[in-house]
Design a protein around this ligand. Sequence first.
Ligand SMILES: [Zn+2]
Length: 317
Amino acid sequence: MGINKIQFQKGLSMAEFMERYGTEEKCQAALVGSRWPSGFVCPECGGERHSTFERKGLRYWQCTACREQTTAICGTIFQATKLPLTRWFLAMHLLSQSKNSVSALELKRHLGVRYKTAWLMKHKLMQVMSVREGSRQLDGRVEIDDAYLGGELPGGKSGRGSGNKVPFIAAVQTTETGHPLFACLTRLEFTKGAMAEWAKKSLSARAHVVSDGLWCFRAVTASGASHDRTVTGGGAASAKLGKFRAVNTLLSNLKTAFSGTYHAFNFSKYAHRYLAEIQYRFNRRFDLSVILRRLLRASAVTSPYPERLIRAAEHCG
Ligand SMILES: [Zn+2]
């Protein structure tokens, strides 16, 4: 069965991880190779000719054309970090290999850093995942369903009607026979306008959407997609319908991940990032052995995202 192949795949063991990324030199070489796979490219002018030198134990690249001096972390999500790269690599490894999620508190214990530091690292890496998944578009057969964070999920402290309850849409592209391929988890108000905007961004014109009775789902046709609406009466009844098995399984796994990992977090403020983290891992679950390399590459090409932006309320786009 396909699901077992995914669950029992080898992944990257901690022993292999330590062998590959156990020292600062190895991490630096991996970052440089990931950022500049065909050799140095000046971030300022695109020039390739350069010289290198060391200052205070840090390696610098100097562009021959424009004299710009840069380090391996400068201009990446790691910019201005005071931590050794080995800590960042371990954080990336833990976040990318875990089946569920790793909380900032767990990360703090594994890395031996302060809670605030671990929290910020986690949010920066989740931001990388969010940027990477921002252009995800689903095609073919797509199951969609509406859900909430913080209200119905056991991990949430607050109940229905609380301002901390965040609506989101779960969409899963499947094979014609209903096996899950890729997913989109998007924070969204359930209005026709928001649904139409979401559909234009997240669905190809060839997509065929199956949904339950939520009225605003009709707006998915704004993307050119076709839509098959099955009124289920909602609640537990819809879970029994094979038609929505992929999206229901994803939502059930998401609930487990959240309830086991997070006791409380500010859903209303950071929900988009937590959803992006689940989505990122789900969409790369077929090959866990390379997910760290892919996250490293994504981190190396994602612009710095300072703490004040990380802590700012969600901005769309
Ligand atoms: Zn230059």
